[in-house]
Write a protein that binds this ligand. Structure first.
Ligand SMILES: *Cc1c(COP(=O)(O)O)cnc(C)c1O
Length: 493
């Protein structure tokens, strides 16, 4: 799908009508607004653009001017219009202005990039309302959902489970958005104190926090059980904002453009990225940006002890874990058993061969718990063709990275960003490397204290948060109780 020669005329048409198809090949093309509110494609695959919009050197120059003169929101509108040609440009500009404003983010200059003393760059993505990079995507999603629901005169009840960052990011993005209610399941007592305070301090009838007596996987199972009940799902307009949502992925593509523009002076200067990875959402956005023609050198994937993806890039074997075999680490947002967005990358590796993707993900994986493409020319081509490299970081590596960045730069990074720094140091070459910052240290105070001997200061905008009253409903591992709660709250005035 990348090697097709396209005439200028076709190119122009294509840019105005990007359509989305399924990674498993059995779904007719749909528009951005059609796939925005749906989850999986009907054939069980994930939605992907039929082909990636391409940016020229001239467009990159235009983007540089836009970012310099009008800021991140204008860049976002320009990049996102390539993915959502069905939303009128003026509307998209408004959506991006509301999503990426200095009222919402702690900096006026959204996504600043700083340079560490060892030459690595840090792209600051955690200045949003919940101090995690997920806000970069969720803020867009909140605005574009509200817009799309209004256009359709419809409502949505978002149902999700979180182990920490996703839930709070979704709640702050959806808070106050018309037509949107959020039911978010959390494992009781298992998030960090700051994460609990962030979520449970929201006192709004449209944000329903549910503490489940169990672990994250129990929460996830309850969500799946409710979503599997199609009648209930339809009657109560149940939707999701999980990491496979294409709206999130394309919003994340924008900060790769912004970071590249801030580090590179011209199209001849490539920039590599090192990305702490869990569900393969963040780094997938980097891959998309590179496929669009952004001059990215390497895409270095960093995992923690749960190294499912590092193992794949080293060996060609993708082996998912049982929930019980997933380690609870000090970079908990990367503790995953399978990477939900990975299928989108494999689709590109096999040049959009839906039958092959279906065989790997719908047959081999469920049957044997892994698939093995080590013997294929496609696997051999991954590093040269897509620029991917990978590494893993362990507790000692991340604690060490936190400690020596503090000592050399006086900067405190969170444990996930530290994984990225540790792996970037192993694998960096001569090209500049940007590590994508994933969260602020205050969210993971305990590990920071272990590394540097004190707890990071709470940023002023979060002062007093942990003392606020908390609102949540407790339930057991009980689908009926969850259903009853949804029915009751949807009926409430
Ligand atoms: C979500 C998250 C990650 C992992 O990102 P993916 O898009 O799932 O790969 C890493 N660090 C933090 C702090 C996160 O919240």
């Amino acid at each position: 799908m990348f090697s097709i020669a396209i005439s200028t005329k076709n190119e122009a048409t294509r840019l105005t009508c990007v359509q989305y198809v399924s990674t498993r090949g059995n779904c007719s093309p749909q528009s951005f607004s059609d796939i925005l509110l749906s989850g999986l494609a009907p054939d069980g695959g994930l939605f992907v653009p039929q082909s990636y919009p391409q940016v020229s050197a001239r467009q990159l120059d235009d983007f540089r001017m836009l970012l310099a003169e009008q800021g991140y929101a204008a860049l976002a509108a320009a990049v996102l219009s390539l993915f959502a040609p069905d939303i009128p440009q003026a509307d998209l500009s408004g959506i991006c202005k509301r999503a990426y404003s200095s009222d919402v983010f702690a900096t006026s200059d959204i996504v600043p990039v700083s340079k560490l003393n060892d030459g690595l760059y840090l792209a600051h993505l955690s200045d949003g309302p919940t101090a995690a990079f997920k806000d970069m995507a969720m803020q867009f999603l909140g605005q574009v959902f509200e817009y799309e629901l209004a256009r359709r005169n419809s409502n949505i009840n978002i149902l999700g489970a979180t182990s920490g960052d996703t839930g709070s990011s979704a709640e702050y993005a959806m808070l106050g958005r018309k037509g949107i209610r959020v039911f978010m399941l959390t494992p009781a007592g298992r998030m960090t104190p700051f994460q609990q305070a962030q979520m449970y301090s929201i006192a709004d009838p449209a944000i329903i926090n549910i503490a489940v007596d169990g672990v994250f996987d129990d929460c996830q199972d309850l969500v799946k059980a409710v979503a599997a009940d199609l009648d209930f799902k339809e009657k109560y307009q149940i939707g999701a904002v999980n990491s496979i949502n294409w709206g999130r992925i394309c919003a994340q593509v924008v900060y790769y453009f912004a970071s590249w523009l801030r580090v590179s002076g011209s199209v001849d200067e490539k920039v590599s990225f090192c990305v702490p990875t869990g569900n393969f959402g963040n780094i997938l956005a980097g891959h998309v940006a590179k496929q669009m023609g952004l001059p990215i050198g390497k895409l270095i994937l960093a995992t923690n002890e749960n190294n499912v993806l590092d193992e794949f890039f080293r060996t060609g074997v993708y082996r998912v874990r049982d929930a019980a075999a997933v380690y609870a680490t000090s970079s908990p947002s990367m503790d995953i058993s399978k990477a939900s967005n990975f299928e989108r990358f494999i689709y590109d590796v096999f040049d959009g061969d839906g039958a092959r993707v279906r065989e790997l993900f719908a047959e081999n994986l469920p049957r044997q718990g892994y698939f093995d493409i080590s013997h294929t020319p496609e696997f051999a081509g991954i590093a040269p063709r897509f620029g991917f490299e990978s590494g893993a970081s362990r507790h000692a590596d991340r604690v060490n990275a936190i400690k020596n960045i503090w000592e050399s730069d006086g900067v405190i990074v969170d444990p996930h960003t530290a994984d990225g720094i540790a792996v970037a140091r192993q694998l960096r070459g001569s090209t500049p490397v940007v590590v994508t910052e994933t969260a602020l240290p205050v969210k993971f105070a305990q590990t920071i204290e272990e590394a540097i001997g004190f707890v990071p200061k709470t940023p002023a905008r979060f002062a007093g948060l942990e003392e606020l009253p908390r609102t949540f409903t407790e339930i057991g591992k009980d689908v009926d109780a969850l259903r009853a709660l949804i029915v009751e709250r949807v009926a409430a005035p």
